[in-house]
Design a protein around this ligand. Sequence first.
Ligand code: ZN
Length: 397
Amino acid sequence: MQAEVNIGLFGHVDHGKTTLTKAMSGKWTDTHSEEIKRGISIRLGYADANIYKCGKCGDCSFEEKCGKCGEKGTIQRKISFIDAPGHETLMTTAISASSIIDGALFLIAANENCPQPQTKEHLMVLQTLGIKNLVVVQTKIDLVSKEKALENYKQIKNLLKEFYPETYEKIPVVPVCAFRGLNINSVAGAIQEYIPTPEREKNAPLRVYITRSFDINRPGTKINELKGGVIGGSIVKGTLKNGDTAVLVPGILKGGKYIPAEIKVNEIMAEGEKLKEAHPGGLVAIKTNFDPSATKSDGLTGSVLGNKNDVPECRSEVSVKYSIFKRSDLEKVYLKEGDPIVLNVHTATTVGVITKIKKGTINVRLKKIIAADKGSKVALSARVGQRWRLVAWGEII
Ligand code: ZN
């Protein structure tokens, strides 16, 4: 079974994302530490969890055995939780990879005053992206008294009212103690009710955003025994089947030019299981007939897989309709022509130089070509002091 819905994890650092993910999914695929070292590049962390429904009492659980009455439940959905490390990358990723995220779990710790600055900024990002289906998880409930928990609950509701004035009353707030696994199954119930699987167009043109790629051959393997390269990514639209031929863009660099590459899908895997065909949701790994030297060490991260006659445009220059992102921790940043800027588009990261700014539109000449559809969301980061900071967001026009 493939995950069918992607839920982003948001909330102030230290509000317990890792512990909650572990409580819900039983594991945590920590792919983060390496990414922190690499700075602003995108590496999404994925952890899948199943939601079961009890036939006897009707409660939902993350485990087959009902958390309330102990009866055996039936599986309803597989969920993929998506996380990104750190405040800066989380916001950048949420914007650039927003096409992957179907809903949000928003964590707020009960033992701190609400809102914390980052809490507010994450809500701003969600509102900006139009993500309406969210479940608030009030974490660390064991660290406070009942009165304090209720006061914190009121603060949360007031905050939601500010960002979701029309729907805040309906947004569920689920108190948990993730560390002890208390009330975790209520999160399963809330997800089941408030974050539905979106309608997917099965026949839409294929788009797979590549998040990683690797070479599975041991060093020294004989040429005739070499296995093709493996790429991993998220299907955003369309269906991918075993035996399909797809086109990877921008492709392979040859003589200073990128050439789109035709690849054959030999095998599709999700969570270590073989799939006959794959749909949007979660992360898939695709074994191909492709030259493994091109796929090694994440060499194809940021590429896009499409259909033979329908791939995103390859761009060495982009026009972005943009808005400045208001941040509490930064003075207003003024973007100027000639300034360097980092762009994150889906899973691609590229540096460029601002060539023109006019009436809310920014033109950027890119150092590395990217493949992106018109309308793709873009996160723009400028150099502030020693670091790249998210300062604006927009979409490719
Ligand atoms: Zn039950």
